[in-house]
Design a protein around this ligand. Structure first.
Ligand code: ATP
Ligand code: MG
Ligand code: FE
Length: 354
């Protein structure tokens, strides 16, 4: 089965074609992503109105390009999948309406996909992983630890109670005068810095619950930066190093607890797996913390290729292919949902979105 996937929930416009064979193995036939980073960079973050307009301008061309690169026409595609939420509603409308229109015009089944489910199922596309497994999703908009028990069966073990981790990187960068998106800039500066000069808080470290919190860390960075003004390059590097070390230490504690929880929940799983997804997964220091944690606890660590960790449409097409194998198509009455937690997966989608 071949599925055309469409993704427009944030600041990437994306279209892809993925094939799923009868044994459940996936192949990416094309995966086209156009990032809007340059359009949002002057504002230091994603501007919803600009994002929606940019999606409208390029989506049909990108879909054509995805078909072209796969050497296919629409006739060769068996189903259409589009992200229906969560995300910025203006962008979601663009992708969802386009997907529905193509499905209607070509009389093909349509699947409305939860963006987070796309991230959650990616390791089954790249590594053919069996359920259940653990997913750590760390992006600009999300920070969640999810128990992926089966298709459509997700339990959120913990989430951020304030800022997303990528957001904390972006805000830290902004306070220090570094460019947007901040994650890569902070990582670069941290490499040159001394992580022992300043000590920053490790929010929720040691607590039983599996949640995350980053706003206290962000505030501590602001206070530190203000107290040092004007900042030298060395100050910036040292603050970045202290920030990244605090994040690594916090992740180490929070994720270790989730690995324990997984063991308690599934004592008979012989080869447990932790998967990381989201743009923050690009960070080499954080990756190595997760790798070591997994090695220590007997987990296999999977970090999909970066292009599939960040927002893309291959994951949406793949989620559509997995759904098509098990569930009937969705109604074309489905509305976009700006909020749509993964564990409310089976909540009714039809009717007014919000
Ligand atoms: P969503 O949250 O809807 O999945 P998004 O566009 O906010 O989408 P991604 O595109 O997955 O998220 O990731 C972008 C985020 O990843 C940004 O916050 C960026 O700063 C962060 N990031 C990218 N590279 C790094 C890095 N090397 N270190 C830390 N953070 C990084
Ligand atoms: Mg993005
Ligand atoms: Fe995402």
């Amino acid at each position: 089965m071949r599925v055309l996937g469409i993704e427009t929930s944030c600041d990437e416009t994306a279209a892809a074609i993925v094939e799923r064979d009868e044994l459940g193995y996936g192949t990416i036939l094309s995966n086209v992503v156009l990032s809007q980073i340059e359009e949002h960079a002057p504002y230091g973050g994603v501007v919803p109105e600009i994002a929606a307009r940019a999606h409208v301008e390029v989506l049909d061309r990108l879909i054509g390009q995805a078909l072209h690169e796969a050497h296919l026409t629409l006739n060769d595609v068996d189903a259409i999948a589009a992200t229906a939420g969560p995300g910025l509603v203006g962008g979601l409308i663009v992708g969802l309406m386009t997907g529905k229109a193509i499905a209607l015009a070509s009389q093909k089944p349509f699947y409305a996909i939860n963006h987070l489910e796309g991230h959650a199922l990616t390791p089954r596309l790249t590594d053919n992983i069996e359920f259940p497994y653990l997913l750590l999703l760390v992006s600009g908009g999300h920070t969640q630890m999810v128990l992926v028990k089966g298709l459509g069966d997700y339990e959120r073990l913990g989430t951020t109670i304030d800022d997303a981790l990528g957001e904390a990187f972006d805000k830290t960068a902004k306070m220090l005068g570094l460019a947007y998106p901040g994650g890569p800039e902070v990582e670069k500066a941290a490499m040159l810095g001394d992580s022992t000069r300043f000590s920053l808080p490790r929010p929720l470290k040691g607590e039983e619950r599996l949640d995350f919190s980053f706003s206290g860390l962000k505030t501590a960075v602001r206070q530190l930066a203000t107290s040092l003004e004007p900042l030298s390059q060395t100050d910036v590097n040292d603050i970045c190093a202290a920030f990244q070390t605090a994040v690594a230490d916090t992740l180490d504690d929070r994720v270790a607890r989730s690995l324990m929880r997984f063991r308690e929940t599934f004592p008979v799983v012989d080869h447990p797996v932790l998967v990381v997804a989201g743009g923050v997964a690009a960070n080499k220091v954080l990756r190595s913390v997760l790798q070591q944690l997994c090695d220590k606890n007997g987990f296999r660590f999977i970090a999909p290729p970066m292009a599939l960790c960040t927002d893309n449409a291959a994951m949406i097409a793949w989620a559509g292919a997995e759904r098509a194998n098990q569930t009937p198509p969705d109604s074309l009455n489905i509305a976009p949902r700006s909020r749509w937690p993964l564990d409310m997966y089976s909540a009714p989608l039809i009717g007014a979105g919000r």
